[in-house]
Write a protein that binds this ligand. Structure first.
Ligand code: ATP
Length: 362
């Protein structure tokens, strides 16, 4: 069993800075949990507390059934992979991978078996006698992973392990890490600021902001049903569009009035906003670019930029002073300064409370 449980964990640095405010997180055995959020949100601090590299100020941390607040990193049965690989430059790949096992007094035979097995999984057998400086960035990252794999840990902790790689290699390594997770069948906790990495690799994603957890869910749920405005804007590229909307009821139907146009809400949303007393109130309406439909009766907007991606086109527009992005079919040609009109699929829009910024219908 290698679940990791954080109970009311907080962290105050010696200078008095509160980096983490009472977070609860239950990382299930064998899942790939991604901690994601903007710079400074506290994800590295959280990972380092799990690793034992950072003291926990308050709360309880469990790995498996053992409370580990006071357990030294080497006794936590975890392995950490860092952004900068942290390889020993004077040692061969083999020795880099074997080093931790030698310290732990494993037999030569056992070390050899483990290093060979890890090298096989990662496809780096031909590199075992090289030194780190003779390797590419991607190969070094594999060695760093290999060094973690040979330890056979209960939990893998990874802090932005792909951020030093170029874009193409990053995409390849994303798929490899997912496969590795599947093959090793072990708990992974992975820190990144990159929402695409989070969405593509995580079995669940923990979105953090300003020392707090904003939402923990599987990627699709987070995308389809963001808990609040922050999550809605953070996940998804290009970002979700946000507009002021007034909720009104006419002849038993509920509409969001946006730029003087009425968007009828579906029954589920209508019921919720009525029950929660939002009729007659201003809310924020969120709509993803791919949920726009060109419609002559829709919101009028002026095209500022078009981004042709081959399979789709994103059109960056301005509507009544607000920037809005819509995705259109690449066969439809629009030009800069042209006026287009669109509306959003009403079953796909999100409504957020203007003050709390929480998703009203979640
Ligand atoms: P990044 O993506 O930039 O690494 P992060 O989300 O991982 O960001 P952390 O490194 O966990 O953020 O830092 C969280 C907050 O704690 C930041 O505001 C940071 O400045 C602060 N912090 C980190 N280490 C210390 C320290 N040793 N002393 C004081 N404050 C610190």
């Amino acid at each position: 069993m290698a679940n990791v449980k954080l109970e009311k964990i907080n962290k105050v640095y010696p200078n008095g800075f509160k980096a983490i405010e009472s977070i609860d997180l239950d990382i299930v055995d064998k899942e790939f949990m991604v901690l994601v959020g903007p710079s400074g949100c506290g994800k590295t601090t959280t990972l380092r507390m799990i690793a034992g590299l950072e003291e926990i100020t308050g709360g309880k941390m469990f790995i498996g059934d053992v409370q580990v607040n006071d357990v030294a990193p080497k006794d936590r049965d975890i392995a950490m992979v860092f952004q900068n690989y942290a390889l020993y430059p004077h040692m061969t790949v083999y020795d880099n991978m074997a080093f931790g096992l030698k310290l732990r007094k494993f037999s030569k035979k056992e070390i050899d078996e483990r290093v060979t097995h890890a090298a096989d999984i990662l496809g780096i057998e031909p590199l075992l006698s090289r030194k780190p400086k003779q390797l590419s960035g991607g190969q070094r990252q594999r060695v760093a992973l290999g060094r973690a794999i040979v330890r056979n840990p209960k939990v893998f902790l990874m802090d932005e392990p792909l951020s030093n790689l170029d874009a193409k290699l990053r995409v390849e390594m994303r798929a490899e890490l997912s496969k590795l997770h599947h093959d090793l069948d072990t708990t992974f906790v992975y820190v990144t600021h990159d929402q695409t990495e989070a969405m593509t690799m995580g079995t669940r994603i923990c979105i953090m902001y300003d020392g707090y957890i904003q939402q923990v869910d599987d990627p699709q749920t987070i995308y389809d049903s963001p808990a609040n405005k922050f999550v809605a804007e953070f996940i998804g590229s290009p970002q979700m569009n946000l507009m002021d909307a007034l909720l009104v009821e006419e002849n038993g139907k509920v509409y969001a009035k946006v730029y003087d146009r009425l968007l009828e809400l579906n029954e589920d949303k209508a019921k919720i906003v009525k029950e929660k007393g939002y009729i007659g109130k201003e809310v924020l309406l969120g709509a993803r670019p791919e949920h726009a439909i060109l419609d002559p009766d829709g919101i009028k907007a002026k095209v500022e930029v078009t981004e042709l991606l081959g399979s789709e086109t994103y059109v960056y527009t301005k509507a009544e002073g607000r920037s809005m992005v819509v995705r259109i079919d690449p066969d439809i040609k629009v030009s800069v300064d042209e006026e287009i009109s669109f509306k959003f699929r009403s079953e796909k829009v999100h409504l957020f409370d203007k003050e709390t910024e929480l998703n009203i219908c979640k």
